[in-house]
Design a binder for this molecule. Structure first.
Ligand code: GAP
Length: 480
């Protein structure tokens, strides 16, 4: 079947308890979403899969969990205070506000030569680009709008600038400012990485498309520290590695592609960035607009460690960072050299990964009676529920008792549920729709032969398994 669009997933997600519009009973809050019982399991499974792959299965990785609110100076020296902004355009007629770089227009050849903000400004000024909302050509020139959320710490007055802090817009800076701490305590040698998963916040001008772009989201980031000169090859290795991680999660390679960011799109710190894009918008006519970023893999050079260090000086000998108390350089015992490591950064969004696995797993199947069922063919590692224990007769206390005992015996091992709130066909359909790989049915015969039926979500095939062998049977099949 053709890929579902986001709307199909929004409706499934709400109906089955994956994702709800946030603050719904108060009319909602634009582009904010709450994860329900199955959604939180799916998010946790994505994060655990990433952490296992990134940290546990490697020999060169450490983890951290840094604060969401850092000293404001971290964002001054990272460059975010000055440059982490989107170009904003207002329509003078309908007062709508847009990201100028997302306006729908084709740049002329001359505009294509200019840096993006100048190209848009020229197009608005000279070619009278239309407002996407009302069609008016009376748009303001683009102006920068900083995306960091501001708040204040302590009891100081809100207009006291010394109390101003930001909610972090990326988890990465919490890693850089702890570089020396991790290096000293772990006694690592280059190359090594530091991973972090956590919430980030951006006051996006145009959030939307369900959980694709929100103002509060979660990131899985890793900063891999390498010798300058080895950065380009290691960068390429991480690009390949990350692509394979997504296909290993069951996402079809046909729905993934690599996108080389052109020079004018690169962030202020990046030498090269390649995005892994997913086909989030298959319904869009224009091929190129069907794809958008799932993960970015950047070569950040030594920008971050240098900028947070007290040492570097300009040509006149003036310290570039008079506020830092630490030098974040690295001393190589073997070569007796001191230098600032380069950084390769794979940065993925938890929420976009969740959206892509939901879209990719969505399928429909018609049963013997001609009824069409939704089946979420999630990789079993990601499935919110691994096994559903279903009694065939809920009015038979022995069957119910046996089913509940089986559920309890499985729960230290895997996430299992018990359900007797419908006929067996309905119960199967319910589990298929949330991606449960195995349904375990307890019937009359189970009372005699101490065996149950294990039904496979994808093939609907059934197998008789001894209750005593069930934990081993399910564990083996879940591992694939
Ligand atoms: N430290 C680098 C960095 O933050 P990014 O490309 O801006 O790079 C990394 O973000 C990932 O975080 C993106 O690929 C995306 O998956 C996720 N992300 C970024 N902004 C987001 C938003 N507003 N809503 C949901 N996910 C977002």
């Amino acid at each position: 079947m053709s890929a579902p669009n986001i709307e199909t997933i929004v409706s499934l997600a709400k109906r089955r308890g994956f994702v709800f519009p946030s603050s719904e009973i108060y009319g909602g809050l634009g582009s904010a979403w709450d994860y329900g019982p199955f959604g939180v399991e799916l998010c946790n499974n994505v994060k655990q899969a990433w952490w296992r792959w990134m940290v546990y299965e490697r020999d060169d990785m450490e983890g951290v969990d840094s604060s969401i609110i850092l000293n404001r100076l971290a964002w001054k020296y990272s460059g975010h205070e000055d440059t982490f902004s989107d170009p904003l355009v207002d329509c003078r007629d309908c007062n709508s506000r847009f990201r100028a770089d997302k306006l729908d227009y084709l740049p002329t050849e001359e505009e294509r030569e200019l840096p993006a903000p100048e190209a848009i400004a020229k197009a608005i000024r000279e070619r009278r680009i239309k407002c996407p909302n009302c069609g008016s050509k009376d748009l303001t020139e683009p102006r920068p709008f900083n995306l960091m959320f501001r708040t204040h710490v302590g009891a100081a007055a809100e207009d006291d600038p010394s109390s101003l802090v930001y909610l972090r817009p990326e988890t990465a800076q919490g890693i850089f400012i702890n570089f020396a701490n991790v290096l000293t305590t772990s006694r690592r040698k280059l190359p090594f990485g530091v991973a972090q998963i956590g919430k980030s916040f951006r006051n996006e001008v145009t959030p939307g498309n369900f959980i694709f772009r929100t103002r509060e989201f979660e990131q899985m980031e890793m900063e891999y520290f390498v010798r300058p000169g080895e950065d380009e090859k290691i960068h390429q290795d991480w690009i390949d590695n990350c692509f394979n991680w997504f296909t290993g999660l069951g996402i079809s390679a046909n729905n993934l592609r690599l996108y080389e960011q052109p020079k004018e799109e690169l962030a202020h710190y990046a030498k090269r960035t390649v995005d892994i894009q997913y086909r989030f918008f298959p319904e869009r006519e224009e091929q190129d607009r069907q794809w958008d970023e799932l993960m970015g893999i950047a070569n950040r050079t030594d920008f971050d460690l240098r900028t947070h260090s007290k040492k570097p000086e300009d040509a006149e000998g003036k310290r570039l960072n008079p506020d830092s108390t630490e030098d974040l350089s690295y001393f190589d015992e073997a070569t007796k050299e001191r230098f600032y490591p380069y950084v390769i950064e794979p940065a993925a969004g938890v929420n976009r990964t969740v959206l892509s696995v939901l879209m990719d797993a969505y399928s429909e199947k018609t049963n013997d009676k001609g009824e069409t069922r939704v089946i979420l063919k999630l990789h079993p590692t990601l499935s919110p529920i691994k096994a559903a224990i279903l009694p065939l007769a809920k009015n038979k206390p022995e069957i119910v008792g046996m089913a509940k005992a089986i559920k309890r015996s499985l729960q230290p091992l895997l996430r299992a549920v018990y359900d007797d709130t419908g006929g067996i066909g309905k119960l199967y359909a319910r589990q298929d729709e949330i991606g449960t790989p195995f349904c375990v049915t307890v019937d009359h015969q189970s009372l005699e032969d101490e065996a149950v039926t294990v039904r496979d979500r994808d093939t609907w095939e059934q197998e008789r398994v001894k209750v005593s062998e069930l934990p081993e049977h399910l564990s083996t099949r879940l591992k694939g």
